[in-house]
Design a protein around this ligand. Structure first.
Ligand code: 13P
Ligand code: SF4
Length: 301
């Protein structure tokens, strides 16, 4: 902690000087999430709140697609991402050309794009979704068949909850794909009575044996409502650290799968981002207009 104090003080002063706010995803480390962030949440909450930011500068403590979404929804603001290499295996799994090919193969079938994609992929789609609203988005279209991309496991997990036929892509989250049903069996054997919460980017075999599946915000809400005595979150490591602060009475087991992209964001590079005004997120205006429509359409639901 002492090493962090200088950066925390500097960031708090820079936020005032530059009229900046920091948006942090639930997977950010506690010194960012608890000490310097102004707005925290899952992808859906960050998108909704980014739209209403009145400050001049938004620093996105998260991954690149989140910073692009903030820029799409609040284009007059300066949006900064502290490390341009903070990507996502899902966003990297699909290109705009892939989406156009899918449209040719399935004419007339609407394309739902997970927010974990580049703006140029969003621009090729009809509507976006997050893990928090994917089922509601599918239902809102009132059609028998949809294309849902790029997360194969999210598509399979949503497919288990609806009669709508879902055509999936082959993307995977490199963090959540590593969890297995055997991991959960072993945890239950070693810790009888443990409540298991899984993110819907996990393989369907994991979701099938979990007690609950939902977005990072939904997992956090579940703990607040149900107050399980002992819980394990089948998701990125920092999530438990952050939620545990709010619920000291709950015991968290912590199998740890780290997201290397989320972990590129540090106090040091948040400070540099504010000091040097970098890295500024820009989106080609022709792409932005179509991508914004897909994100806003999701937010209207
Ligand atoms: P949510 O916070 O929307 O559940 O997303 C998880 C995730 O992997 C974001 O990168
Ligand atoms: Fe992408 Fe998975 Fe990391 Fe989220 S946790 S940013 S989905 S790689």
């Amino acid at each position: 902690w002492p090493a962090f104090v200088d950066d925390i003080d500097a960031i708090l002063a820079l936020k005032r000087e530059r009229n900046a706010v920091i948006l942090a995803h639930n997977y950010q480390t506690p010194e960012i999430f608890l000490c310097v962030a102004d707005i925290v949440g899952d992808s859906l909450a960050l998108a909704r709140k980014a739209m209403r930011v009145e400050a001049d500068v938004i620093v996105l403590a998260g991954v690149h697609f989140m910073a692009e979404t903030a820029k799409l929804l609040n284009p007059d603001k300066t949006v900064l991402i502290p490390d341009l290499a903070a990507g996502c295996s899902l966003a990297d799994s699909i290109t705009p050309a892939d989406v156009r090919l899918l449209r040719q193969r399935y004419p007339g079938v609407p394309v739902i794009t997970y927010v974990n994609t580049s703006a140029s992929v969003k621009a090729e789609s009809d509507i976006c979704c997050t893990s928090g609203n994917a089922l509601a988005v599918v239902k809102s279209l009132s059609v028998p068949r949809v294309i849902m991309l790029p997360d194969e496991y999210l598509a399979m997990n949503i497919s288990a909850q609806t009669k709508v036929e879902i055509i999936a892509w082959t993307g995977r989250c490199e963090v959540h794909e590593r969890f297995t049903a055997a991991d959960i069996r072993e945890l239950r054997e070693a810790h009888p009575g443990v409540t298991v919460l899984a993110h819907p980017e996990c393989p369907p075999e994991v979701v099938a044996v979990a007690d609950f599946a939902g977005s990072t915000a939904a997992m956090s809400d579940y703990i607040g409502r149900q107050k399980p005595a002992r819980v394990v979150l089948m998701t990125e490591c920092s999530m438990s650290d952050n939620v545990a602060v709010e619920h000291p009475e709950v015991e968290f087991l912590r199998p740890c799968n780290l997201c290397p992209h989320m972990k590129r964001i540090t106090l040091a590079n948040i400070r540099t981002a504010l000091e040097e005004n970098r890295h500024i997120v820009t989106i080609d205006p022709r792409v932005a207009e179509r991508a914004r429509w897909a994100v806003e359409r999701m937010l209207f639901i």
